[in-house]
Design a protein around this ligand. Structure first.
Ligand SMILES: O=C(O)c1cccc(C(=O)CC[C@H]2O[C@@H](n3cnc4c(=O)[nH]cnc43)[C@H](O)[C@@H]2O)c1
Length: 273
């Protein structure tokens, strides 16, 4: 079956509310014990790959998949920590304009972050800057943000199966900006402040850069769209709201596919430099 896009997510609970809005047609497990779900919402046909958490699991799962398939788009989604002062709040939607692996580089004896750049390219693609950051396609990012924002502002009833007839959240922020990827979740105010100064990120996750890196090696258009489950900083589980964030992921994806048209097929890829 030809699909319109692949959705990559670390754990099932992050995508279950969106699958509840969709029609699931098939579930199987790929070699490596990687779940793959085939589903549709409106006229959009998609697959969901459950990669497992972290960069290694993500690159492994997407590498296995992309060895056999070439989807028109990959969306990496899930919950994430948000940085204060960038317009996001709990439950808000972030879209990555750049992907940064904060652990990859050469130690700077003067300061922890940012690391000094490596003297070679890791991806060998024009998306990668001299600082190792991967730039996302601005046309894709802006169109996705516009689609989600417009649907949210409309406050209309969500599409799909939606037995509760839930509506889009009118006041939910949708913000684009750089995303950082970490192997160690930030759990102190000084580290959050240092990261914020070094990269001006809007969100922190554990998978984004690995998914973006793999997508760009296979020349597949890529978007990372996440929903804020917690502020980045002191680890206070009382300040986390995972159910709010996974509902937000479902609403953002439903808003993106509401028109029934895969808008990403209309956007030309950037010219190689
Ligand atoms: O400690 C717990 O009880 C607990 C329960 C559920 C989830 C967690 C996580 O640590 C989730 C990590 C997971 O979600 C993404 N994520 C969410 N917030 C952040 C963050 O502030 N910094 C980095 N990653 C975050 C991440 O992509 C992982 O997949 C703990």
């Amino acid at each position: 079956m030809e699909i319109d896009l692949l959705i990559a997510v670390a754990t099932p609970m992050e995508i279950d509310p969106f699958l509840a809005l969709s029609k699931v047609v098939h579930r199987r497990t790929m070699p490596g014990n990687i779940p793959l779900i085939t589903a549709c919402i409106n006229d959009i046909k998609f697959q969901v790959i459950i990669t497992g958490p972290g960069m290694v699991n993500t690159a492994l799962a997407l590498g296995c998949y992309l060895g056999h398939h070439h989807p028109p788009l990959i969306i990496q989604t899930g919950i994430a920590g948000f940085f204060h002062g960038k317009g996001l709040s709990m439950g808000g939607v972030g879209i990555a304009t750049a992907e940064i692996n904060i652990h990859c580089g050469v130690e700077n004896p003067e300061q922890c972050f940012p690391l000094l750049p490596l003297p070679f390219s890791l991806t060998g693609t024009p998306m990668e800057g001299s600082d190792g950051q991967l730039a996302m396609h601005p046309g894709l990012v802006n169109t996705a943000r516009m689609h989600i924002t417009q649907q949210f502002l409309s406050g209309r009833v969500l599409p799909g199966i939606n037995p509760l007839k839930a509506s889009y959240p009118r006041k939910c922020p949708v913000i684009s900006g750089p995303f950082i990827t970490v192997s160690t979740i930030t759990a102190s105010k000084p580290t959050a402040t240092r990261l914020s100064r070094a990269y001006t990120p809007v969100m922190e996750s554990m998978e984004g850069m690995a998914a973006a890196h793999t997508a760009c090696r296979y020349d597949v258009p890529f978007l990372e769209i996440r929903c804020a489950s917690n502020p980045v900083g002191v680890r206070d589980k009382k300040a986390w709201d995972i159910p709010l964030a996974v509902e937000g992921i479902a609403m953002a994806l439903a808003a993106l596919f509401d028109s029934g048209e895969p808008f990403w097929t209309q956007i030309t890829p950037p010219d190689p430099i």
